[in-house]
Ligand binder design. Structure first.
Ligand SMILES: [Zn+2]
Length: 335
C-alpha cells in the first residue's frame, strides 16, 4: 500500500510505495536503494536531481505514450534514478545519479538562470507568488543551489544574498504580503524573459544517446560505452526495449532529439541501430559509429566511410570511444 510521505527531492508531500515515488512537482520516479541517503547528505545532488526531473524528465509524460520496455532495473552498483513514463512499471530510463550532478550550475550566469527557471516552475503562472523564510528555508534550499561547501550555517546568508541580487537585477520583486518572518516575491517581467531565453537555448541536454544491440553478449560493451560517455563529462542515455520487429518507439526519437550526439554500435547488425543512426544524422547530430572487428566487414558501405571505431575488445572500445568523444564533441569540465 502506498502512503503519504515526503518527496526526497522537493520535500512536498508525495505518495511513496517502497522505492516508487509519485510527486505532484517531480513526477514519478524510482530511486535506487542508496540514493535517498545520498540525497539527504548532499544538497548539490538533491538540487541537480530536482532540476533534472522538473526540467527534463517530465517531457516524456506529457506525450502520453505507452511504451513497452523491460521493467527490470539494471544491475548497476552506482546510484540510479529512474524517471517513469505514464505507465511507470513498463518504462524505465536509466539515469546515473553521478552524471546528473553535471547539471549543477557551473558559474554565476548559469546559477542565476537555473534559479530563475526553478522559481518559474515553482510559481507556475504569471502573477503567482513564492515565499521564503527569512532566516534560511531548508525545504527550499534546492531551488537556489545553495553551496554546501561553505557549511549549512551560511545557508541563510547565501539565500538572502541571492534574493537581494535577483531583486537588484529586476528578476523578482517583493510582494506586499511579506512579513517579518517570511518574504514573498513575484517574478518580474525581466525574470520571465530570462526563463524563456534559457529554456529556448537549452533544449538539448549534455547527453550522448546509445544505439546498440541489447544482447547478453554485449553487456560489457554497453557498460564501457556508458563509462566512456560519462567520463567525457556527458549523461549517457540508454533505453532498453524489447525488440518487436525493430520497432522504433517515439521515446527513442525524443531522446535522440535532445541529445548532443549519438554513439551507434553496429555489432549484431540490428536494423533499429541503423535507423537511429540515420535519424540522428538527419537531425544534424554527430554520430560516432563503432563495431567489433569480427563484424566490421558486414557493415553497410556508407557507414564504413564514416571512419568508425573498429574495436577488438571492450577496454579498447572504452579508450578509443572516450578519445573520439573528447576530440569531436569536446570534453566537458569534470563534475
Ligand atoms: Zn517532489
Amino acid at each position: 500500500m502506498s502512503q503519504t510521505k515526503v518527496c526526497p527531492l522537493c520535500h512536498r508531500e508525495a505518495r511513496v510505495q517502497d522505492d516508487y515515488i509519485r510527486c505532484e512537482k517531480c513526477g514519478e520516479y524510482i530511486l535506487d536503494e542508496d540514493v535517498p541517503s545520498q540525497i539527504s547528505a548532499s544538497l548539490r545532488l538533491r538540487s541537480s536531481l530536482y532540476f533534472y526531473v522538473t526540467q527534463y524528465a517530465d517531457a516524456l509524460k506529457e506525450k502520453k505514450i505507452i511504451p513497452n520496455f523491460y521493467p527490470d532495473p539494471p544491475d548497476e552498483s552506482e546510484g540510479m534514478l529512474f524517471p517513469l513514463g505514464p505507465f511507470g512499471q513498463k518504462f524505465r530510463k536509466m539515469i546515473s545519479v553521478y552524471s546528473i550532478e553535471g547539471l549543477y550550475p557551473k558559474d554565476y550566469n548559469d546559477r542565476i538562470s537555473k534559479i530563475m527557471v526553478n522559481l518559474a516552475n515553482e510559481v507556475q503562472f504569471i502573477g503567482n507568488t513564492f515565499s521564503v523564510k527569512q532566516y534560511g528555508d531548508p525545504d527550499k534550499s534546492h531551488l537556489f543551489f545553495l553551496d554546501e561547501t561553505y557549511g549549512f550555517k551560511t545557508f541563510g546568508l547565501q539565500l538572502n544574498g541571492i534574493l537581494e541580487m535577483l531583486e537588484k537585477l529586476d528578476f523578482i520583486e517583493k510582494h506586499d504580503s511579506s512579513t517579518l518572518n517570511e518574504s514573498t516575491y513575484k517574478i518580474a517581467p525581466k525574470g520571465w524573459q530570462l526563463v524563456q531565453e534559457y529554456q529556448q537555448s537549452h533544449k538539448t541536454l549534455p547527453q550522448g544517446f546509445i544505439a546498440m544491440w541489447f544482447d547478453p553478449s554485449m553487456e560489457s560493451a554497453e557498460e564501457k560505452i556508458i563509462k566512456a560517455i560519462q567520463d567525457s563529462g556527458y549523461l549517457a542515455s540508454i533505453i532498453k526495449m524489447k525488440e518487436h520487429n525493430n520497432q522504433i518507439v517515439p521515446e527513442i526519437l525524443f531522446e535522440i532529439d535532445r541529445s548532443e550526439f549519438v554513439v551507434a554500435d553496429l555489432t549484431g547488425g540490428r536494423g533499429g541501430v541503423y535507423y537511429e543512426a540515420g535519424y540522428a544524422a538527419g537531425r544534424d547530430k554527430p554520430v560516432i559509429m563503432c563495431c567489433r572487428d569480427d563484424e566490421f566487414d558486414k557493415i553497410h558501405f556508407d557507414l564504413k566511410q564514416k571512419n568508425g571505431i573498429k574495436w577488438t575488445n571492450e577496454e579498447d572500445l572504452y579508450i578509443r570511444l572516450k578519445k573520439r568523444i573528447e576530440s569531436t564533441i569536446g570534453k566537458r569540465s569534470p563534475i
